[in-house]
Design a protein around this ligand. Structure first.
Ligand SMILES: Nc1ncnc2c1ncn2[C@@H]1O[C@H](COP(=O)(O)OP(=O)(O)OP(=O)(O)O)[C@@H](O)[C@H]1O
Ligand SMILES: [Mg+2]
Length: 250
């Protein structure tokens, strides 16, 4: 093995252990006039490349606040958050916009598709401004909607609409996919289809994926499960052998 080969191997091995996200002591205080809400009270968290984590916790415990900070939609009141070489805690609006545009895909509970555009056109909105996107057709095939390219949102079921939203989020090949209750509005069957799409994207693109859910059954498909309670991480479980979405017991 030549010196350069050795170096490559070393760098690879090192990268696989290095976290992509590193949060230290993050707090978030929302001030509403006289009232202060402590949404996060000191969160330390590392997320690794390609891992699939599920965030569980009661309503109001700070899950969305944490996800929004990881996604550059919000900044912490104190503490530091880094994504690779991006300091997200001290970034200005322009840096955060760049970070989101190039690295992050978001999926929310309500799909936010544009009703007057077809599935293909909804996805194309993103692929037109990305650096190295898939085609809308590729992205829609990845979520098993290759046969619904020209359907409008109103002609699709809730689960199918959410899969269009998944295709839209992943078409730019984001390194990070953040999902806030992606199956919250769906029944079991359609929820599983959406989770299958997320699992496939995680596997095929090695996208670091974080999913907030109120459904504890979904935790079984994660590499790690992060339990949030009252603005803090109460516990992190590592799954030995994760389940595929169709094996989940709801
Ligand atoms: N923009 C805001 N302004 C003021 N308070 C906020 C804001 N966003 C969140 N909060 C408060 O911060 C706390 C954490 O909210 P967050 O949305 O992170 O909870 P959550 O765990 O996602 O809850 P849920 O499961 O209900 O979505 C709550 O007490 C909430 O009221
Ligand atoms: Mg929330």
């Amino acid at each position: 093995m030549s010196e350069t080969d050795k170096e490559d191997v070393y760098v690879l091995a090192d990268d696989s252990r290095a976290p992509v996200f590193m949060a230290e002591g993050i707090t978030k205080v929302y001030k509403m006039g006289e009232i202060e809400v402590h949404a996060l009270r000191g969160v330390d968290l590392q997320l690794y490349e390609g891992e699939f984590v599920v965030l569980l916790g009661p309503s109001g415990s700070g899950k969305s606040t944490l996800l929004n900070i990881l996604g550059g939609l919000d900044v912490p009141t104190a503490g530091t958050v880094r994504y690779r070489d991006h300091d997200l805690s001290h970034a200005d609006e322009k840096d955060l916009t760049e970070y989101r545009r190039h690295h992050v895909g978001f999926i929310f509970q309500f799909y936010n598709l544009i009703p007057s555009l077809t599935a293909r056109e909804n996805v194309a909105l993103v692929t037109e401004i990305a650096d190295d996107p898939m085609t809308p057709e590729e992205a829609l095939k990845l979520v098993d909607l290759g046969d619904r390219l020209d359907h409008f949102p109103s002609q699709l079921s809730g689960g199918q609409q959410q899969r269009v939203a998944v295709a839209r989020a992943v078409a730019k090949r984001p390194e990070v996919l953040l999902c806030d209750e992606p199956t919250g509005a769906l029944d079991i069957h359609t929820g599983v289809k959406v989770l299958e799409a997320l699992a496939r994207v995680n596997q095929e693109l090695r996208t670091t994926t974080a999913v907030i859910t109120h459904n504890a059954a979904i935790a079984a498909m994660a590499d790690r499960v992060i339990h949030i309670f009252d603005g803090r991480i109460a516990r992190i479980d590592t799954n030995q052998g994760k389940k595929s979405p169709n094996e989940l017991e709801w």
